[in-house]
Design a protein around this ligand. Structure first.
Ligand SMILES: [Zn+2]
Ligand SMILES: [Zn+2]
Length: 669
């Protein structure tokens, strides 16, 4: 939803006043209150006086009832002060609930979130508030402590841990980049750091990009910390989330493990934040406030560990500049080798009349893996069966009528569907444009790959994991468990298969289409490609059986693919950072993306043009957005380079036009 805030900075009563008179009554106290519901477009806090009888009980973080205009309403106390410039100030009526839901530190982080990401303050504050509904009674659970299984740490793990321990002991809000190759034992470093923290009576928050991708990691945390570990993520039911929130608030769960929303859990005595696979897009919120978890975490004033085999280029740059403290795990555990990677040129396969999705090399390797009774993981970044349908008569691609996006064919539903708005139609027998019957299906997704492998290896047991197959809650974990119990031979899917899996029998990894991400109109396209290949390649040969990786590409000489095939982050980074410097992209500047949406193409474009003209600095556009039309609305994009989001002011759009603003966008597509 597009949102624009009125940047009314001064606090005021609901009724505007002509002259401000400073009320200076030292014995009185005033409360700054934000309404629990904002019905208008006003993003404000309001001052109220505190009656003497309530004075001892009014604290930051409680809910109060207040007069507002002609009615009464409720709000949260977000500040206390001795002076207020509001004349004829009204008084708080009563305390609704004495439970302190947040403290001053939360208020200041929420204010920063609202200001930096251009969101309503209440929305930012809401991130920290308990899930809706009555607080459950939290029973005192006694933590069951299993002796934790001890692994022999590598020298690199020990060195990294000693550095992190020092920051924990001194409560120094330092940021660490734990750059460890796949299989180097980053998780064990997280576990020991958290263990160290617990001994001091402190709490920790450990974040994962998507909880469904990392069932093994949750198991390891629960095994080590028992009831002290609280899992918090968006796949839980509201009731489960509420229970988890209040358990943490009661100080019962000292270790919070979850997705980005877990960062805002009400932990007591926080001492460490760990962000695993920090480069992941899911750490950027897609709803207002559109925050980046990595950046918000650094506002909590505690040590932060950012871990990855493939750090974001921006993160690595800051570590290189000495702003973050770099810790390196350059070897796999027990010095197991990283798997050799073969890049197959798919143009050559075409020249040899192989039109299958599998090169002969990948097909043969699959055959051998299956014959040895081992397991394979195949990655393809498109779901569905065919990824687009084109008419050979008129050349038109079948598109969604509401969005500028091609329809994707799903064989299960025998239907064409839009990924953006959910529109779907039965497969038409004729071209809707010219009535020709020469409709041709192109491109391959997960379903087509599954079909091909079924035909090639009828005995193989295949598990497909993509958005379509994991729609039901919990089925993602179920698929992974099935695979880890050895009840399937091949796991194939979208990026859900690229991380978290650590299985001894996985010896073959195939990247069926490595180029998909390369052609995105986004300056991070090469980075994404490198990350995807490196992560999925890292699933192979993590234990005693040697692994092997095959990467299929139509663009095998691209630097991202060459560097990924050599497991060489440095080589990739050096080329990438030079390109960013030359093109002036992050980390050498910051970006703000503005999307203007309107039902009328002309009105939308004209408004976007006026908007762009009114902004000081480097302004690119307006241009039609990558998805030029979505859900029936025309979309225009304006890109700002090097503009400070804290100083940016935008006009209020007329009715029928929406503006949405994305500070530090994760993707421009
Ligand atoms: Zn046609
Ligand atoms: Zn659509």
């Amino acid at each position: 939803m597009a949102e624009l805030r009125w940047r009314a900075r001064q606090q005021s009563q609901a009724v505007p006043v002509a002259a401000a008179v400073l009320v200076r009554v030292v014995t009185r106290m005033f409360a700054e209150v934000v309404l629990t519901k904002t019905s208008s477009f006003l993003d404000k806090t309001y001052d109220y006086s505190i009656p003497a009888t309530l004075l001892p009980s009014v604290k930051i973080g409680i809910k109060v009832e207040i007069p507002f205009g002609k009615r009464t309403t409720q709000g949260y106390v977000v500040g206390l002060k001795e002076e207020s410039s509001v004349p004829g100030i009204k008084a708080i009526l009563r305390i609704v609930d004495e439970t302190v839901l947040f403290g001053p530190n939360v208020v200041s982080i929420a204010r920063w979130l609202a200001d930096y990401y251009h969101a309503f303050f209440l929305r930012a504050l809401n991130l920290f508030l308990p899930p809706k509904g009555k607080a459950p009674i939290t029973k005192n659970q006694i933590s069951s402590n299993y002796q934790p299984p001890k692994f022999q740490l590598t020298q690199e793990q020990t060195a990294a841990l000693n550095t992190i321990f020092r920051a924990i002991d001194e409560n120094r809000p330092e940021v660490f980049l734990l750059h460890g190759v796949t299989g180097s034992g980053k998780t064990e470093v997280y576990l020991r750091a958290v263990e160290h923290l617990l001994l001091q009576g402190k709490s920790a928050i450990t974040l994962e990009p998507e909880i469904g991708m990392t069932p093994q990691l949750i198991e390891r945390f629960q095994e080590r910390f028992g009831d002290n570990c609280v899992v918090l993520h968006s796949h839980l039911t509201l009731k489960e989330r509420r229970a988890a929130w209040w358990r943490v608030a009661a100080g019962q769960g000292k270790i919070v493990l979850g997705t980005r929303l877990a960062l805002f859990a009400p932990v007591k005595n926080l001492g460490l934040i760990v962000i695993d696979e920090e480069y992941e897009n899911s750490y950027k919120s897609d709803m207002s406030p559109r925050y980046n978890t990595r950046d918000v975490a650094q506002k909590f004033g505690v040590p932060v560990v950012l871990g990855s085999a493939t750090p974001a280029v921006e993160t690595y740059y800051l570590a290189d500049m000495g702003k973050y403290h770099k810790l390196v795990l350059s070897h796999r555990i027990d010095h197991r080798p990283l798997p050799p990677v073969t890049v197959v040129d798919m143009r050559r396969e075409l020249a040899q009349k192989n039109f299958s999705m599998l090169s002969s090399e990948l097909r043969d390797s699959l055959q051998e893996t299956l014959a040895r009774g081992e397991q394979a993981v195949l990655f393809i970044n498109k779901r569905g069966y065919y990824t687009f349908v084109m008419c050979r008569e008129c050349g038109k691609t079948l598109e969604c009528p509401h969005c500028a996006a091609s329809l994707i064919y799903s064989s299960q539903a025998a239907a064409l569907a839009c990924n953006y708005c959910g529109y779907s139609i039965k497969q038409p027998p004729l071209c809707p444009n010219c009535q020709s019957s020469l409709l041709k299906f192109f491109g391959g997704g997960t379903q087509k790959l599954e079909d091909e492998i079924n035909k090639l290896f009828p005995q193989a047991r295949i598990l497909r994991v993509d958005q379509d197959s994991v729609k039901q809650r919990g089925s993602h974990e179920a698929i992974f468990h099935k695979f880890s119990r050895g009840e399937a031979d091949i796991l194939l899917g979208t990026q859900m298969v690229t991380k978290g899996l650590d299985l001894p029998k996985v010896t073959l990894v195939g990247v069926v289409a490595a180029d998909g991400a390369l052609y995105q109109p986004d300056f991070r396209a090469a980075e994404r490609t490198f990350q995807l290949i490196t992560q999925v390649a890292g699933r192979a040969g993590r234990h005693h059986l040697p692994g092997k990786v095959i990467v299929q590409s139509y663009n095998p000489s691209h630097y991202a693919i060459i560097a990924a095939a050599k497991h060489d982050y440095q080589q990739f980074y050096q080329q990438e950072i030079e390109q960013r410097r030359e093109m002036i992209y992050p980390p050498f500047t910051n970006l703000i993306s503005i999307i203007v949406e309107a039902a009328s193409k002309k009105a939308g474009f004209e408004f976007a043009q006026d908007l762009a003209r009114g902004i000081q600095g480097t302004v690119l556009g307006p241009i039609p957005a990558t998805i030029a039309r979505a859900r029936g609305k025309w979309r225009f994009q304006i890109l700002l380079k090097g503009v400070d989001p804290l100083g940016l002011q935008l006009p209020v759009p007329p009715t029928g036009i929406n503006i949405s603003l994305d500070v530090d966008p994760a993707s421009l597509a």
